[in-house]
Write a protein that binds this ligand. Structure first.
Ligand code: NAP
Length: 351
């Protein structure tokens, strides 16, 4: 049971990212001092969205220079903080070298941040942004769970650096975090496991794979059909609330699946069609699995990924997030439409 002093600064890694943006906004609106270690504090263009929020809110943001791969680089930013939100980690599906581009920053980054936590006596709680990817590897894994739906009790045991490497990176990083946490009792660890995050970005050009996935539903990439992939989705502002509640609810403990709805990609496309009609080339049908399997390498996907995900029901149970954190989920339709509208407004998808 950790009570966090709200007068103390709070550290957010990855503040420039899609997921962290709305959390930083929430903290600034409530008057917190946010310590934001970023890779390049001189990159004014990247920081403009956070600066704009800070200029209109009672809180203060202070930037520090840090890199996940550099030991000790979070030490300075962590001074005086009682609460650390560790969100920074790459979310990209297409990488040249999965070990270097995904696993290293996720795993080494988590170890480095937690090493700084171990050295910084003020820290009482760490909220780690993990993922449902650390719970489910492939949709086919859901066949093993009661009612076909995973809970926080499960771990992803099927991903490797060669198969679903992003999921693997999140699994090994979260496992390392629990191991480090268990070796001491000064700070506790509360984990947020979001499904696919959607909704408008504070920074409409963040690097998150979330933008690519939603963009491809509307930019014509899927006009001839969409793979029958089912996923979970959740609004980026609900994710910010979940992090905030995980940080400042003294009794919060363990992992938390944060996911509004289990859905498939065609249902998401249909929500956009309901709003925009046929003004954009949204897919209208599923592609046959055999065709998706055949063409997968051309689109940069491995055939094993298609074999174990297309056509399977992917499901999680979000009960804990509602009962223990008190999350109120926004309707998915609202989130997907607002995100797509932002893509139109920013020129990411052509009108
Ligand atoms: P994002 O927009 O690409 O943000 C990634 C953040 O990590 C950026 O702030 C980036 O900083 C930082 N980062 C990456 N490599 C770094 C390094 N070597 N050193 C320091 N910082 C580094 O992606 P996101 O979707 O917001 O993801 C944020 C977190 O949410 C990740 O932990 C991800 O696994 C988790 N998550 C995301 C989703 C989703 O659907 N989006 C779902 C579940 C979990 P720069 O600005 O310097 O690049």
């Amino acid at each position: 049971m950790k009570h966090i002093n709200k007068e103390k600064p709070v550290l957010v890694t990855g503040a420039t990212g899609y997921v962290a943006g709305w959390l930083v906004k929430k903290l600034l609106e409530q008057g917190f001092t946010v310590h934001a270690p970023v890779r390049n504090p001189a990159d004014k263009e990247k920081l403009q969205y956070l600066d704009a929020v800070a200029s209109k809110t009672p809180g203060t943001i202070k930037y520090f220079k840090a890199d996940l791969l550099k030991p000790g680089s979070y030490d300075e930013a962590m001074q005086e903080c009682e609460l650390v939100f560790h969100t920074a980690s790459p979310f990209i599906n297409t990488v040249k070298d999965a070990q270097r581009d995904l696993v290293e920053p996720a795993l080494t980054g988590t170890k480095n941040v937690l090493e700084s936590v171990n050295k910084t006596g003020s820290v009482k709680r760490v909220v780690l942004t993990s993922s449902v990817a650390a719970i489910i590897g492939d949709a086919a894994d859901c066949l093993n769970y009661p009612n076909g739906a995973a809970t926080e009790a499960y771990w992803n045991t099927t991903s490797t650096v060669n198969h679903m490497p992003y999921n693997y990176s999140k699994t090994v990083a979260e496992q390392a975090a629990w191991e480090i946490n268990k070796k001491q009792d000064r700070w506790d660890l509360v984990v947020i496991n979001p499904s696919l995050v959607i909704g408008p970005g504070l920074n409409p050009f963040a690097t998150s794979e979330s933008f690519n996935i939603v963009r491809q539903i509307g930019d014509g990439s899927m006009r001839f059909g969409i793979p029958d992939l089912s996923i979970g989705v959740v609004d980026v502002r609900d994710i910010a609330d979940a992090h905030f509640l995980a940080g400042y609810t003294p009794a919060a403990t363990g992992r938390h699946i944060i996911s509004t709805q289990n859905i498939n990609l065609l249902e998401l496309a249909n929500m956009l069609r309901k709003r925009y009609g046929n003004a954009y080339p949204f897919p209208t049908r599923f592609l046959p699995k055999s065709l998706v399997w055949l063409l997968a390498p051309l689109a940069g996907f491995k055939r094993k990924m298609i074999a174990r995900n297309v056509g399977y029901a992917w499901k999680v149970d979000n009960t804990k997030s509602i009962k223990e954190l008190g999350i109120h989920y926004r309707p998915v339709e609202e989130s997907i439409v607002e995100m797509f509208q932002q893509m139109l407004d920013s020129g990411m998808v052509k009108k």
